[in-house]
Design a protein around this ligand. Structure first.
Ligand code: ASP
Length: 444
């Protein structure tokens, strides 16, 4: 029978009320058979995630400081959930085991993993589902890289005879048996791997927003939700800082052709965002807007180089880039003219080696002029439909011109999937608002 893998983030499982919502969602669809929970997250904005509380206990344990008060707060979080839901279970033995393990061997990954482990136990009991310890099935090599094939095999073998399962997110174990976590937010990755292993129809990622938004809601008021986005579009927007999903959560489902549906636990009636493969058949999709999303990021610098007859000097670009390479700076964009070249770099990478890079370029290519402009923001206008629509770039520029925003750089990749423009950092919010108006509000 076909199945869905459902992953619930920390805010979806932060307290008993949230557990009730999660159970209702799972029970409303018999296909929702494989559940991947995070650790209890924040219940309110100043709250502390259980994962962070565990890191703190581990740090204290490592310095030989008493952490019993901190651990008591963790116990309270779980005990409140258990008692408020009226579940007949006690985690006391588990708590004791964790405390003594932390005292004996205060390992960060082990400590952090217990948040998901305990939450998985509680959720499995509450749902009446089987519990699978992620350490049995999510396998890393000794260096900490995921062994995807071994993991997929282990999951398949383990779930084969089971009707359903709760598999905690975020951790697994190395081939030597040591507990290992993904980076922060890594339950997304576990969900994606499980979806791949059970060949799920869909990977539902339940969180506290109704999907990806067309633009940052701190900049644009009440932006639209993106209903369908391709993996490639998502990557373009994520690069610019728009994030809902862990980066590593894409590959396992993308390679298996499984779509991801971002859903809101607090508004299950919303459809959320569907993330689909790049060759998805969009022919029947009604074309809502030309663009899919807009995202921007501050913190770039541009190195502008001028030299007469640059275009005929062989190896010019190579020599310049070699200087960057030798100084460990990667470049983001490099539009060039006949006698000019400008290279956009991440300021935090560039700053420590600024003088060395400039001196290196002077020495290697003897430019007529070189200067650096800081405080540049890059803005990406992303959309698969731009390729078949004329006038997109003209409209972007018109909206910038009306707002008297100076465009410092423009770069359209050959995929025609996105247009990147460079503006001064101060202009970024207004630039995003204007583009939103031009493409979303005016196309309504
Ligand atoms: N609990 C972990 C974290 O806070 C992993 C996750 O929630 O996905 O990063």
């Amino acid at each position: 029978m076909s199945s869905k893998v459902v992953k619930f983030g920390g805010s979806s499982l932060a307290d008993a009320k949230q557990f009730e919502k999660v159970a209702a969602i799972i029970k409303s669809d018999p296909k929702r058979k494989y559940v991947v929970p995070s650790a209890p997250g924040k219940r309110f904005s100043d709250d502390i995630k259980v994962t962070d509380m565990l890191y703190k206990c581990c740090e204290k344990a490592g310095s030989g400081i008493d952490f019993s008060e901190d651990f008591q707060l963790i116990k309270n979080r779980y005990n409140d959930i258990i008692s408020q839901l009226g579940i007949d279970m006690s985690l006391d033995d588990e708590f004791e085991k964790i405390i003594s393990e932390l005292k004996a061997r205060p390992a960060k990954d082990y400590a952090a993993s217990r948040g998901e482990y305990l939450n998985g136990k509680v959720l499995a009991k509450y749902l009446g589902f089987n519990f699978i310890d992620a350490a049995e099935v999510i396998i890393f090599d000794t260096k900490g890289s995921l062994l995807l094939d071994d993991t997929v095999k282990a999951i398949r073998a383990r779930v084969k005879s089971l009707e359903n399962a709760v598999i905690p997110g975020f951790y697994g174990r190395t081939t030597e048996g040591i507990v290992k976590t993904f980076s922060r937010g890594g339950s997304d990755v576990t969900g994606s791997i499980v979806a791949n292993a059970v060949r799920a129809d869909i990977y539902e990622n339940w969180t506290d927003v109704s999907g990806f938004l067309v633009a940052d809601p701190r900049i644009v008021q009440n932006p639209d939700v993106i209903s369908v986005i391709t993996y490639r579009e998502l990557r373009e927007l994520a690069y610019m800082g728009a994030s809902v999903l862990h980066e590593d959560a894409i590959f396992p489902v993308r390679s298996a052709g499984i779509p991801i549906n971002i859903r809101n636990t607090n508004r299950p009636e919303d459809d959320g965002t569907m993330i689909v493969s790049d060759d998805f058949d969009f022919s029947r999709e009604s074309m809502k807007h030309t663009i899919t999303g807009i995202a921007g990021r501050k913190g770039f610098s541009t190195i502008n180089i001028e030299k007469a007859m640059m275009n005929s000097e062989k190896g010019f670009g190579m020599k310049v880039l070699k200087v960057l390479f030798d100084n460990g700076v990667s470049f983001e964009h490099m539009p060039s003219g006949i006698d000019t070249m400008s290279i956009t770099v991440d300021s935090s990478e560039f700053e420590p080696v600024r003088e060395k890079v400039i001196a290196g370029i002077r020495k290697e290519v003897s430019p007529d002029h070189i200067d650096v402009e800081d405080n540049i923001a890059l803005l990406a206008v992303v959309g698969r439909r731009m390729k078949n629509t004329r006038g997109t770039v003209a409209r972007i520029f018109a909206s910038m011109a009306h707002a008297r925003i100076n465009v410092k750089m423009i770069d359209q990749g050959s995929s025609e999937l996105n247009v990147i423009i460079g503006v001064s950092e101060n202009d970024l919010p207004e630039a995003i608002r204007r583009i939103y108006d031009m493409f979303i509000n005016s196309e309504k």
